[in-house]
Write a protein that binds this ligand. Structure first.
Ligand code: 7RM
Length: 650
């Protein structure tokens, strides 16, 4: 199907699914009035939600909005780690499982809230011992092991700002993020496990930290002797040694101002340089905690299985701060969905009696391809609610998820949000909202969303435009680390005082929102955000490359895939080996998720007479579309040649 046909099919989706009476009756939110009351008085709504947290000092006012800067819960003092861990140890949850960790086959570990508190506190002492101060940035580059959330919470406990870098990023990408955040300390592991193979994290870290502000590196032993690492005298310290010698007494949580920064998380934008998205303590925590109760209908006896990696925002919010602040139990899985077999998620869900499953459309499409037999092998009767995130979900994938995983019993919450928004913004409350496959439905209570045209006017039902968020919300990003100008321009540069997420959306006749995808130069590959400019800079950094243009094209499983058009330097011949080498080069500069699906060599890139690369044309070629108007092209024959070449390829 062409993208146009896909879109038409999506927008003519007419199936609807109302919450089952049995689900509705037990739901946390059963009164639709919550939407109206939150809309009338968002500050009162958020102020009430903030009361779910434990405060060392109450806040004096709810919100101060001086566009584009918001402050929330002004004057309040609290600590995120205290809210996620300590306070639950003072209740019936003390011995409840906080984190159930499932490692690659053979390994598992359960941390109760009480056990988690001891680990976090020891790590907090260790960080202080190494000289980490309140406000310092700590970069964390770990696989999906319990030491990852423990490290994050230990930073939060002492008031340090963590910057987690996904373990799939390359040494170069890690290095860029360390330098931008100006971190003095790095926490990494000897290596990680992926499909029974070793992922050399420490080797990457060693390469990354040279000539950076990093003074100390903490090394978690995950793999052991097989990792074959050496410790750098005077710089590297073993996590296990630090923990063994740390005091066992409780670490008193650092009282933080509401607006003190909790963490940075880098994400891709339209330039080659990733942005350090900054989140605050009280606003972020209020937002994520609220969505656990509203969107995910979390109860004390739920087992919440989120398949995201903590290296992305979904893992920060829905594996760590959301579920733990709400006193929930989370299942955290280290490995991949097809190792040792393709039923790994279902095996884990069954083993721990998962009640809520949160995953990505790209995974669902992969499961569909593999066939329903892997799901059917397992007893998934414990599941009661399903969620998806990361990209638009196509109605067929939604229906498959509904039928085979949810057994036509579980509501599905399609949650639209971003690194920048902190938590789910557009999503159904599962006990209240009738869902339509492929639509994230409507904004959650307390969030004001609109779809507008080029001039900022609301579009009528049946039309599309720019998705915008018109009022501040507690968990919104506060700035871009070290670049407030970029924060202003990127998110508030188009419409005055209105947040622009960078997605296109369509409003249907019932007021439902259909997210159509990015409208900027960001590609969404398997739910990972990759900037075309990042891949282009990586390519042109290769000595053989003169110029590169990168586009996203639709892909059956990944949602989008990366296609690179490359012109080579004088005297360099194209070859299959060079294609392989260039793909590998991108992997080394960024990480495996940015590997181009295909690289096409071209004598020239299609350019306008003023010299701008015509990406629209390249996208058309990438999608195999008939190409329309090429009159603005400096040399129309370039396009014909590319089209022919693209056809030959497949
Ligand atoms: C949580 C996350 C954000 C971008 C966003 C969208 C896309 C995310 C959905 C979605 C349609 C969804 N953060 N996106 N969720 N599109 N429906 N339910 O993914 O910062 O990594 O990416 O992802 O384009 O702008 S993110």
């Amino acid at each position: 199907m062409s993208p146009k046909e896909q879109l038409d099919t999506l927008l003519h989706e007419s199936r609807t699914f109302s919450p089952a009476e049995s689900f509705r009756q037990q739901a946390n939110f059963q009164d639709e009035g919550i939407y109206e009351s939150a809309l009338q008085d968002p500050e009162a709504f958020w102020s009430a939600q903030a009361q779910e947290l434990t405060w060392f000092e109450d806040f004096e006012s709810v919100c101060n909005w001086e566009p584009p800067h918001a402050q929330w819960f002004i004057g309040g003092k609290l600590n995120a780690a205290y809210n996620c861990v300590d306070r639950h140890t003072l209740t019936h949850r003390k011995n409840k499982a906080a984190i159930i960790w499932e490692g690659e086959p053979g390994d598992s570990r359960v941390l109760t809230y009480d056990m988690l508190r001891r680990e976090v506190d020891k790590a907090a002492y260790a960080l202080r011992e190494l000289g980490v101060q309140k406000g310092d940035r700590v970069t964390i580059y770990l696989p999906m092991v319990p030491e990852l959330p423990i490290s994050m919470l230990a930073c939060a406990k002492i008031g340090a700002i963590h910057s987690v870098v996904f373990g799939g990023f390359s040494a170069q990408a890690l290095r860029d993020r360390i330098i931008d955040a100006d971190s003095k300390l790095l926490i990494t592991a000897d290596a990680g496990w992926r499909r029974g193979k070793i992922v050399p994290l420490k080797a990457n870290a060693d390469e990354a930290v040279v000539d950076t502000p990093i003074e100390k590196v903490i090394v978690v032993e995950r793999v052991g002797a097989e990792a074959g690492i050496t410790l750098h005298e005077g710089r590297d310290v073993r996590w296990q040694d630090l923990m063994a010698s740390a005091p066992t007494s409780p670490y008193p949580a650092e009282p933080m101002d509401s607006e003190d920064y909790l963490f940075l998380l880098y994400t891709s934008g339209t330039t080659g340089k990733p942005k350090g998205i900054v989140h605050s303590t009280a606003g972020y925590l209020t937002g994520v905690n609220t969505s656990m109760r509203t969107v995910f209908d979390l109860k004390d006896n739920d087992v919440f299985f989120c398949t995201a990696d903590i290296g992305w925002i979904t893992g920060h919010t829905y594996l760590v701060y959301g579920p733990l602040s709400a006193g929930g139990t989370v299942v955290m899985y280290e490995g991949s969905p097809d190792f040792p077999d393709r039923d790994r998620y279902w095996e884990i869900a069954e083993k721990y009696g998962a009640t809520i499953l949160y995953t990505a459309p790209t995974s669902i499409r992969m499961f569909m391809k593999w066939g329903s037999q892997y799901v059917e092998k397992h007893d998934l009767s414990s599941l009661r609610l399903l969620g998806t995130v990361g990209e638009p979900i196509n109605p067929e994938a939604w229906m498959w998820y509904h039928k085979y995983v949810g057994q036509e019993r579980c509501p599905i919450v399609d949650t639209w949000w971003q690194t920048e928004t902190g938590c789910a913004m557009i999503a159904p409350l599962p006990g209240l909202i009738t869902t339509k496959p492929g639509s994230a439905t409507r904004p959650v209570p307390g969030i004001a969303v609109d779809i507008v045209d080029e001039d900022g006017n609301s579009v009528p039902p049946g039309h599309g435009g720019y998705l915008v968020i018109t009022k501040p919300w507690p968990s919104m990003l506060r700035t871009v680390w070290g670049d407030d100008e970029r924060f202003r321009n990127t998110y508030f540069g188009k419409f005055e005082g209105i947040y622009l997420p960078g997605d296109g959306a369509h409003l249907d006749e019932d007021g439902y929102i259909w997210i159509l995808g990015r409208i900027d130069d960001v590609i969404n590959v398997s739910g990972h955000r990759i900037g075309t400019a990042e891949v282009e800079s990586a390519l042109v950094a290769h000595p053989a490359v003169a110029e590169a243009a990168v586009i996203g094209r639709s892909h059956e499983v990944k949602g989008q895939a990366i296609t690179a058009f490359v012109t080579l330097r004088e005297g360099i011949a194209s070859s299959d080996d060079l294609v392989t080498e260039l793909k590998q080069h991108v992997v080394e500069r960024i990480g495996a998720m940015a590997r181009p699906e295909e690289i096409l060599f071209t004598a020239e890139l299609p350019k306008t007479r003023s010299g701008k690369i015509m990406r629209r044309l390249l996208r058309d070629i990438g999608e195999g579309r008939v190409i329309g108007d090429t009159t603005t092209l400096a040399d129309p024959s370039v396009v014909e040649a590319l089209k022919a070449q693209y056809k030959d390829q497949d």
